[in-house]
Design a protein around this ligand. Sequence first.
Ligand code: ATP
Ligand code: MG
Length: 571
Amino acid sequence: MRKLNNLLLKVRNLKCFEKPEQGFEGIKLINLIIGRNNSGKSTLLDLIENVIKGEMDVPQSFWHAGQVPEIIAELPLSEEELMAVFPEGTSGGEIRYPYSNHWQFGKKLIGAKFRWRLERTQNRFISIGDCLDGSRPIDEIQNISRYMENLANRLGNPFSGKVFRRIFAERNIEPEPDNNNLGVTGDGRGVSNLIQNFLTKARLPSHLVEVTLLNELNAVFKTDARFTSILCQHLDNNTWEIYLEEEHKGRIPLSQSGSGLKTIILILVYIHLVPIIEKKALSNFVFGFEELENNLHPALLRRLLSYIYQQAKTQGCIFFLTTHSNVEIDLFSKCEDAQIIHVKHDKQRAYCRTVKTYIENRGILDDLDVRASDLLQSNCLIWVEGPSDRIYLNRWIELWSDGKLSEGNHYQCVFYGGRLLSHLSSEEPGLVHDAVAILNVNKNFAILIDSDKHNKAIPLNATKKRIINEVESNGGFVWVTKGKEIENYISAGAISNWLNEQGFAEVGQYENFFDYLDNIRAGEGQRYSSRKPLLAELLVPNMTSENIAGVLDLTDKLEGLCNAIKKWNSL
Ligand SMILES: Nc1ncnc2c1ncn2[C@@H]1O[C@H](COP(=O)(O)OP(=O)(O)OP(=O)(O)O)[C@@H](O)[C@H]1O
Ligand SMILES: [Mg+2]
């Protein structure tokens, strides 16, 4: 695992992936692959499967634009590999003065990043990075390629010895005739036969099904169901059916059970039975599971994922999980042994990005209560200070777009809390030191900021100026309130409708809205100044397209914001 942690594995010209290589910057115990339909998630699993199985001759129909796929690996060189290629007992040849023997030279390369191709048997070496001290002794030696080829061959397939097992998004478990071939395929075929063989054949340990599998099944299901036994029976059509007994239901055939149960059985079979058949420890297994969330209730899914993580942590097996599930993203977004790879397709080619920001800044994001799934899965985000801003904004967008744009469908509001604004940044993570580059996690974003100006002469503070510059240069939409804060956009018309009384003046641009409200009705401002969301809920039904028009720059800003939302939604 130490090695795979540092392994870069990428591919060129495979299906949707084009020339700039795409894939994994490293391999963790849990590797979550997210992205829209058809973006290339399953193709990344194909890559892992092909590499582990050593099937790197990809059929031509999977080539991108007629180009032969290339599979690229990169690892920091270790002492062991270098010693084998540059032995201490050898001297001379291409490696001469000042090196008294080859190891004198070779040891300088420890830790240098070495890149090689996996799909070839010759010309495998691609490049070598700088030594850890920044030097490049390699450049001083002529005809070094022979040694580099030797290193590439020695490094070989970084997954050698591993076994791959997959579960497809579509899967089922059905009765099956007895078969000596105990293989299980990713769609669930072979599961009934394998369980039946464990239960009925003396050479296989039946307790693994009767006890282990059953206990683990109950551990995952917990309160959702309690299974008392697992058994098999021979049917008239010469097939074997697996049955589960439940306390209050009796004996239920697995083929007639829910698909969530089948998915969990399939995973337990992979974890507990297949390693016995393969005669390999679970630590050698790499699993590629697709869309486990299909047909699973979120609570059960959470328990299943925690179980999977526990297996990875205690046994050392590795999981690649493709998913559309916010439960899965949110569960693993804070886990140090997990990484999220976001695949995006721009209609011509697909790109992979390892989502680092969320993990690195989980402390601040926990404070903000921002969920990784909102950041990563929404078409666009609107960052607002708090709940009352969201209520007003949603109503204004509804009015301005004639109900065509709505939160949840076209955008998602996330709270940054005014105090925390100074931590945010839209710059790339590498450029930012003290601020969190979180705004850029989803590049389609707008941010609404109160100017907090008491009068025209007061300048915006430095944080706000920085955010405005950064957001605009990163293609985001910034809205700084023209008045003091969002409440200064509340029109007298809306207040008239709410209080059912006419003749109010508009609130002043820099006036404190709650003082203004107190002046209209004594005590009302004070009452709502600490209950802003409640006031917002009361006011928004009283807002109309007519009475929001013409208040400060509200309509200009709404037009800009709605156009941006439409663009980000391809509307
Ligand atoms: N030979 C090829 N050349 C270019 N693109 C290809 C080729 N073969 C397949 N593709 C594209 O590669 C992508 C493969 O998508 P993949 O099945 O990996 O998506 P996915 O993210 O798993 O989707 P889903 O969530 O629906 O399962 C698709 O966009 C498909 O059109
Ligand atoms: Mg897929």
